[in-house]
Write a protein of this length. Structure first.
Length: 342
């Protein structure tokens, strides 16, 4: 039932006002540049009688309008947020109360959507973690040190004694790992990825990128490999997470920068290995980029970094894709190789 009220406004007389605007009406009022315009726009939308006259309402003194603002704030549960100072016009305080309320509502809605989104992934993440724990064992000293150096590895790779030794040694990890993985060993690693549909769909790109790696064209290999972890994981979200569409719609409606596939990468790594995210997937502002040969997806793919091309960085990506392949085998809802599972 529409909530409305009659009361007196000095200079206007008796008015009949609808008290609760729609979201669309508030959004329309927000287009006004000034806070006073926002208030008058809402009054025009809510006024049932008499007919709204902008000149009549705009010419009223602030004291005559303040009671209307107070009543609207009360009716819309904004009383705790609407705290105008007596000696100042209420317009800015009134508009800010609506904005704070909307921000609180939006954040609550977003957190609920995130919780639902994560809940749909919880069982598959738990399967992946259990499988990783069984294969990798309880001692994560080497895995943690490798991860901090930007090498997120699958249990199969971590099971190698020489990788364990490299992860525990005091020296630089990157050169040690580069010495351990021949081109043939990496080819064998990559060949087993294509049993899963998301990898199989990207096989031409991955093999072309690896071909560049074999030719010593490390930067080109990195350009080809860098999008693939997000691509294969996006397939999981897009095809098999029923909450994805709702969350994507909310992200768009609230104009957020939240990227679900990056969130899944963080969830995967933090759940299975420990660190919050792979170092090369951290967001970085261009002004903060130090082009020192380190690897960062944001800086590389937007052209802010040009010194990233090295065998060590390419190996980081190959090993990370191998880790994603391991996890994907447990994230998919059915047996490996099924194209039609949903």
């Amino acid at each position: 039932m529409m909530q409305e009220e009659r009361f007196q406004v000095a200079g206007i007389g008796e008015i009949r006002l609808r008290l609760v605007p729609t979201l669309a009406e508030v959004a329309e009022a927000e287009r006004e540049k000034r806070a006073r315009g926002f208030f008058l726009h809402l009054v025009r939308a809510l006024l049932l009688e008499p007919a709204f006259s902008h000149h009549a309402w705009a010419s009223l003194p602030e004291d005559a309008l303040r009671p209307v603002a107070v009543r609207l704030a009360e009716a819309n549960d904004l009383a705790a947020l609407f705290r105008p100072k007596r000696e100042k016009p209420f317009y800015n305080a009134f508009r800010n109360a609506w904005r704070m309320s909307r921000a609180t509502h939006n954040e609550a809605a977003f957190q609920r959507a995130i919780a639902v989104w994560k809940a749909h992934l919880a069982a598959s993440l738990a399967r992946a973690k259990a499988a990783y724990d069984r294969a990798a064992g309880t001692d994560r000293t080497a895995a943690t040190r490798l991860a901090k150096a930007g090498f997120i590895v699958s249990p199969q790779v971590l099971a190698r004694p020489d990788v364990q030794e490299a992860g525990r040694a005091d020296g630089p990890i990157g050169p040690a790992l580069c010495a351990l993985f021949s081109n043939e060993a990496l080819r064998d690693l990559i060949d087993r990825w294509f049993d899963l549909p998301p990898f199989r769909a990207r096989e031409p790109f991955i093999r072309d990128a690896f071909g560049a790696f074999l030719r010593g064209e490390d930067a080109l290999a990195i350009y080809g490999l860098l999008p693939q972890p997000e691509g294969v994981l996006w397939d999981v979200l897009f095809r098999w997470n029923p909450a994805e569409e709702d969350l994507e719609e909310l992200v768009g409606a609230q104009n957020r920068t939240f990227v679900t596939v990056e969130a899944l990468i963080r969830e995967l790594v933090s759940t299975l290995v420990g660190p919050a995210e792979p170092p090369f997937y951290r967001f970085v502002k261009f002004i903060a980029v130090t082009d020192d040969g380190s690897l960062n997806r944001h800086a590389v793919e937007h052209g802010a970094s040009i010194a990233f091309g090295s065998r060590e960085n390419a190996l980081r990506l190959i090993l990370f894709l191998d880790f994603v392949h391991f996890a994907l085998g447990h994230l998919l809802p059915s047996a490996r190789g099924s194209e039609d599972a949903r």
